[in-house]
Structure formats: structure tokens, C-alpha cells
Design a protein around this ligand. Structure first.
Ligand code: SF4
Length: 219
């Protein structure tokens, strides 16, 4: 990671995403923006991680112990996730999901990061097997998290509730690359005069699902 130029990387991401953000509320534009961005960052990460790095990562499908923290997303991410859900879920599954999303929004509304951990409410997209059900379109900030020890993650979250901390070793290249990609997307949004503040994942995706549903009913 020593000689990786994160400032240049931020500029590249911003330049790459910017043209896709014209009228990005349309499904096809949000999908194009996020497909190109996610493809690019995953390719770049693949090239930068060594075999040793990959062996050290403990994150696996079925763990999900960190999936009960506040995750911020930008609007194009939320639109892309909502459209992915609409494509991959049946009407009844989507209805049931929206109910759970509403309940979670109520339960975690206004909670800061510490309070959110303390209430022990899982992400609504974590399935019963402990896997991410929106894995191909999961948020950039979820992608930024890696751990070298599942036990350390569990301990850190448990201790956090009591105001204590335990460090969790992460892959810094992955963390920084995804964080910079998030910032690059935010900067590209600002270039278009869009609101580039992050919003909590469930609270950001639910209104998009409701809006999409309403616009379909009007057609
Ligand atoms: S979106 Fe997926 S990876 Fe992110 S917190 Fe939810 S279940 Fe976990």
C-alpha cells in the first residue's frame, strides 16, 4: 500500500462516475454508475491484494457478526440496491421485506453508532444463514470492512456495549480503497449539485422502493 496514490485514485473514480450521474434516478443510469464503479474497485482490489492478504481475511459467508452497525450509503447506491431487490424478489417477498425495513427504521431511527450496536439489530439484508442477501450490490462501506479474526470482531462488538474497545486487524488497502471510492462517488455527485450526504442503509433504500412502487402504480 506504501506507494498507492489515493489522491489520484479519488480523482479517477470521480471522473469515471460523473458522466453516469446525469439523471441517475432512472434505474438504468444508477445501475450503469454503480456497475462501473463496483467493477472498477473490485478489479483494483483484486490486483492489489496478495495471496497472503487473502489468506489472512477471516470474513466469510455465514458470519455476519459485524452486520449490525450503521452503514452509510449514497443515493446512487440506494437506488441500485432497490432496483436489484425489485429484480430479484417476488412481489410477496418484497412486501414482507418492506415491512421488516419499516420496523428496523423505527427501531434504529436517530441512534448513533454506539447505540445502534447496543440494540443488537441485524441489518435487514442479512439472511437466516448469516449471509448478505444483496452481496453483488452491497454498499461500498460494507466492502471496506475486512477482519483477520471473526472472534475479535465478536469480542469487539460485545465489549463496545460496555464502553470498552478491542482492536480488530483489518486489511488497510481494502479499507482505504473502498472509503476513497465512496468519497469519489460523493465528489462526483457534488459536481452535479446533488446532495452527497450518506444516509443509513435501510432508511435510504426503503423510500426508493416505495417511490418505485408508486410510480409503477401511476403508469
Ligand atoms: S448490506 Fe450486507 S454486508 Fe452490509 S451490513 Fe447488510 S448484510 Fe452486512
Amino acid at each position: 500500500m506504501d506507494n498507492f496514490d489515493f489522491i489520484a485514485y479519488h480523482k479517477q473514480i470521480r471522473r469515471m462516475v460523473k458522466p453516469h450521474l446525469v439523471d441517475f434516478e432512472r434505474s438504468s443510469s444508477a445501475e450503469a454508475a454503480m456497475t462501473s464503479l463496483l467493477g472498477r474497485v473490485e478489479d483494483d482490489l483484486e490486483q492489489r491484494l496478495t495471496h497472503e492478504d487473502r489468506c489472512r481475511v477471516a470474513c466469510r459467508a455465514g458470519c455476519g457478526s459485524c452486520c449490525r452497525v450503521n452503514v452509510a450509503v449514497l443515493r446512487p447506491e440506494a437506488v441500485n440496491i432497490a432496483d436489484y431487490l425489485r429484480k430479484t424478489r417476488s412481489m410477496s417477498a418484497l412486501r414482507e421485506l418492506k415491512q421488516r425495513m419499516k420496523a428496523l427504521c423505527v427501531a434504529i431511527s436517530g441512534l448513533d453508532d454506539d447505540e445502534r450496536i447496543a440494540v443488537r439489530k441485524n441489518c435487514v439484508f442479512l439472511d437466516e444463514a448469516g449471509s448478505c442477501s444483496i452481496y453483488p450490490v452491497r454498499p461500498l462501506l460494507c466492502r471496506s470492512i475486512t477482519s483477520t479474526s471473526a472472534a475479535d470482531c465478536r469480542d469487539a462488538l460485545a465489549m463496545h456495549v460496555f464502553g470498552e474497545s478491542k482492536p480488530v486487524m483489518m486489511n488497510l488497502m481494502q479499507k482505504n480503497l473502498m472509503n476513497v471510492a465512496f468519497q469519489g462517488l460523493a465528489s462526483a455527485m457534488e459536481d452535479h449539485g446533488l446532495d452527497a450526504h450518506g444516509q443509513e442503509l435501510t432508511a435510504a433504500v426503503l423510500p426508493v422502493l416505495v417511490e418505485r412502487e408508486a410510480s409503477k402504480e401511476l403508469c
